[in-house]
Design a protein. Structure first.
Length: 271
């Protein structure tokens, strides 16, 4: 059997967490990632019959029964993942009844998956229902989008249109827009359920005064999506209270969508 530290999914998690830390998106132990893995990819490196520990879940995750995920650990720093993967993340499998999960690798010295695991699982379930190719949930704390939630109306449509107007590529990268939640206590089923309700329609949900919850089919898609949202927020925050003399119009946004064969969120453009 191949060595787990050579597994492409372990190497990619090390790479992406290191990049997110360098971007300043995941200070201290802030942020978390989970990635649904194919069983054939996992069994090249792990024996599925060798269970290290079994831990309970606080909700019914049976929609993911038998699924394997690699997940970052609770209280763990992204800057340490690359140096010691087996302590800072692990591979789990959801039980058939959806009420527990097996740890198959990692989380050494009594570690556990992120405290946001229920929220991750709820949102994997929600996204899989609209996109069977969905695989990634990524949560982080980019400074500019976080700052923007303090000074901008938290309405989904208003927030989306401001971001679309900050950079030409925005409506191309996220034509469905973004969703926003008011501040809520993190790590609870309540925030997971509220996020899952919104994430069926958009791949990004902003948690006011907290950060970004992003989803997608692979790491590049989700990282690039968050990167684009954060860059637009940076432009907005740099404008500050200055008068905006010109910006991308709704007609121009519609022209962009037509050129790229995209459909913007219905009702968001005034045409």
């Amino acid at each position: 059997m191949n060595h787990i530290l050579e597994a492409p999914f372990v190497r990619e998690m090390c790479h992406i967490t290191a990049n997110m830390y360098r971007m300043g998106w995941d200070e201290r132990n802030g942020g978390n990632i989970s990635w649904i893995l194919e069983e054939t990819a996992v069994t090249q490196y792990l024996d599925p019959n060798e269970v290290l520990r079994t831990l309970p879940l606080s909700f019914d995750a049976s929609a993911l029964a038998g699924r394997y995920l690699i997940v970052t650990g609770t209280g763990r720093y992204f800057r340490n993942v690359e140096r010691c993967p087996q302590e800072n993340m692990g591979v789990i499998r959801i039980a058939q009844d959806g009420r527990s999960y097996d740890i198959l690798w990692g989380f050494e010295h009594g570690g556990k998956p992120t405290s946001e695991l229920p929220t991750h699982l709820m949102n994997h379930i929600a996204r899989l229902r609209v996109d069977p190719q969905h695989r990634i949930v990524m949560h982080c704390h980019p400074a500019n989008i976080l700052a923007m939630t303090y000074v901008h109306d938290l309405d989904d449509r208003a927030f989306t249109k401001t971001l679309w107007r900050m950079s030409t590529e925005c409506i191309v990268v996220f034509p469905e827009g973004i969703s926003v939640l008011p501040w809520m206590v993190c790590g609870t089923n309540e925030i997971g359920e509220a996020t899952a309700e919104k994430i069926r329609d958009t791949r990004i949900v902003l948690w006011a005064a907290h950060g970004i919850f992003g989803t997608g089919r692979d790491m590049d898609e989700v990282f690039g999506l968050i990167e684009t949202v954060e860059k637009a927020a940076e432009i907005y925050m740099k404008i500050g209270g200055r008068e905006i003399r010109q910006s991308i119009t709704d007609a121009e946004l519609a022209a962009l969508c037509k050129e790229f064969g995209l459909t913007p969120r219905e009702g968001y453009l005034d045409l």
